[in-house]
Design a protein around this ligand. Sequence first.
Ligand code: NAG
Length: 292
Amino acid sequence: MRIKAKSSRPKLGLPMVVFSCLFFFIAGFFASAIFFQDAPTVKPRLRLLEVVNEEGHKSIPHGESGEDAIGSIPFQVLSWKPRALYFPNFATAEECQIIVKMAKASLKPSSLALRKGETIESTKGTRTSSGTFISASEDKTGTLGYIEEKIARATMIPRAHGEDMTMLQAFNILRYEVDQKYDSHYDAFNPSEYGPQSSQRIASFLLYLSNVEEGGETVFPLENGVSIGRGFSFKQCTGLKVKPRQGDGLLFYSLFPNGTIDLSSLHGSCPVTKGEKWVATKWIRDQREGEN
Ligand SMILES: *[C@@H]1O[C@H](CO)[C@@H](O)[C@H](O)[C@H]1NC(C)=O
């Protein structure tokens, strides 16, 4: 009897071990799926898949980090100096309205990074908009997450390079009312003016959230290498002008591929003369947040 009992144990034990391993594996798999799921990105991913093969292109086997879909994001080259791309209908009117509504709850006067010798008083009037920072993870509607994902796909620069004020990749959402503007400036920080930088802004993506009746254009006064001559004022609104149109995106690079600052990326926001301008800005850096 004893011998039988002993020998029968392994026979019962093995299926039990296999069963419990399987059980915990499956339970763990679903538990991790629940805990690590980035809820806001679920819907957007499905939406991205809707554009599969719309022109009859067939996708090919992709890498583990790749995608099934062949997407298309229409764009226009606005200029090579600076490198600027225009994305018509990057977001829908509905998405824009959701973002504006969220931003309205927390608007504050916009601030400015100061150069050596500058004070809040001496730079007063340079940037007169109101703004707020909202990260994709704070947006429970998933809209900012979807936009962020789309910007990453359009630029092939991972989402983690988006700029951050709080260790979350935040969008700066701005409102310009009549007479409000942002004098021409660079988004990149020249170390000789601002001191050593641990990371640098490579590019900026602007998403226009509203139409503007008059004024409020994004302006590149030095497009195509027009040099700063006598009489040039950082307050003037001449050069390549981009009229805001709700849902359209504008991407421009502040750095050359070799990492030096492209002086033609100087840009500003012309005063709004009629209506209201809403824009979401995403700054893209050369380092992932927290890695510098
Ligand atoms: C970097 O690239 C720009 C544009 O091609 C060029 O004008 C500049 O001289 C380069 N600078 C360096 C340090 O290589």
